[in-house]
Design a protein around this ligand. Structure first.
Ligand code: SF4
Ligand code: SF4
Length: 94
């Protein structure tokens, strides 16, 4: 099972602690104003990543997609975590 992330975006707004940098060079090309240097992760407004554009569950995109953190690249559409996050935003599991 997988979902079209362009109509979701839930995992980009679930927890400020999620989009954290995990290795050397991770996030290197992301603009400074989108980075929370103190915590080593993406800047968030509440739980929503500052790089996300659009409306959750309708149409979203990552404004730094080509340079997004490793953790974002590894997050799998259709995984248990994906479904859990989608449910937290009242988005369906199928
Ligand atoms: S929660 Fe799942 S479907 Fe939604 S954007 Fe993230 S990976 Fe894609
Ligand atoms: S960097 Fe992009 S993919 Fe990662 S949480 Fe932020 S908006 Fe989502």
């Amino acid at each position: 099972m997988s979902f079209d992330c362009r109509h979701c975006g839930a995992c980009c707004a679930y927890a400020a602690s999620w989009p954290a940098f995990i290795g050397e060079g991770d996030g290197a090309d992301i603009p400074d104003d989108l980075i929370d240097f103190e915590h080593g992760r993406m800047r968030c407004h509440a739980n929503r990543c500052a790089a996300m554009v659009g409306e959750i569950g309708v149409a979203t995109r990552c404004s730094v997609y080509a340079d997004r953190p490793l953790v974002c690249r590894e997050f799998q559409s259709g995984s248990e975590d994906c479904i859990m996050v989608r449910r937290s935003f009242d988005l369906g599991a199928a």
